[in-house]
Design a protein around this ligand. Sequence first.
Ligand SMILES: Cc1cc2nc3c(=O)[nH]c(=O)nc-3n(C[C@H](O)[C@H](O)[C@H](O)COP(=O)(O)O)c2cc1C
Length: 381
Amino acid sequence: MPDLSVNYAGLRLQHPIMAASAGITATVDRMRRAEEAGASAVSVKSLFENPIPRRGDPTPHMRVIRHGRDPRSFTLYSYEQAAHMDEEAYADLILRAKAALDIPVIANIDCASPEAWARYATLVEHAGADAIEVKSCPHGEHLMTGDELSGAVRTVKGLVSIPVIAKLPSQLTNPYQSALDIHAAGADALVMFNRLVGLEIDLDTLAPIMHGGFAGHGGPHSIYYRLRWIAQVFDEMHIPICGTGGVSTVADAAKYVLAGATCVQLATAAIVEGCGAFGRIRDELAEWMDRNEHQCLGDLRGVAAGRVLGLPDVSRQQTVRAAIDPDTCTRCGLCHRVCIYEGVDEPTPGTGEAYRTNDHCRGCGLCEQLCPVEAISLLPL
Ligand SMILES: Cc1cc2nc3c(=O)[nH]c(=O)nc-3n(C[C@H](O)[C@H](O)[C@H](O)COP(=O)(O)O)c2cc1C
């Protein structure tokens, strides 16, 4: 059995698959369900200083937007509001969660004023939270900058003795610099990144869908942006990084670790599949490591980050060229239509010949990917 345990900001986790802050962690029962299903820690649904999101959720507030038949091609578009409670009730929630759960319970707070950061942080620490996630809501009227988040981390860090974890928003001007600044402000770990907020429009009503406003969106596709920035900052970080966004398979979790994450948090997979997603991904991760003879998760952390090539180091030499198998080609002409390099010749009408690549082929690989009958391969030059 490979060793999946991780040290996350001083918290000893049995494995890296955590429950992200969302409705799935808004009550003690739901947090316990996540624990029983295999989550190694929970980040509790956010407490906001802003009273408007505490009023409750509009209905409906979740839409699964499918982008084809591939089950991984979807967006979870949602407008779920903050914890529906004030800070005293939230502190009580943390207290009860701590009494009911064996795994670490991480409070998640979102404030605008330094007074509220200080008050909420102190309250949740006294309630027994194992750590605090400091975050900025992507739905808010004011989108927090990296500097403001650094300031919040500094304020909270100066007041509490439990680990302070910064959850970065996706829409930072320079995520690399913000991560360095937040690290320097004293964060004990980074969560990268919260979701993006977008807009979906109904073409019948000509208006935004659901509640009529902007909404969070994410899905398996959202992993790439996060992997990139985690890999980019990994080398500079002396604190753990928790990846969040798009994890629904063991491959996703493994990629986060290879990019440099110590652990991952998931919400969407647990929402659309049920809490079983936590234990499933944990077990699949152990099997994957066993199968590939990886003994220890820590040995894999950041391996791919170390192999990312910088701009000057990427080879620009053409190494492959597309070749079309005339026996498999159905003459649909897609390769010819999509080739911007004019690297595919049309057959002479009436001859029954197949499409053929020519010397203009740049080996970009697009036709090989798009050919509906897999008649195209890339051959080394
Ligand atoms: C329905 C829903 C509600 C969420 N609510 C919160 C929240 O209150 N606080 C927060 O920090 N993140 C919140 N998130 C973001 C998640 O914690 C997580 O970072 C994000 O969804 C990316 O992971 P995923 O792709 O597994 O969903 C929410 C996400 C979803 C889908």
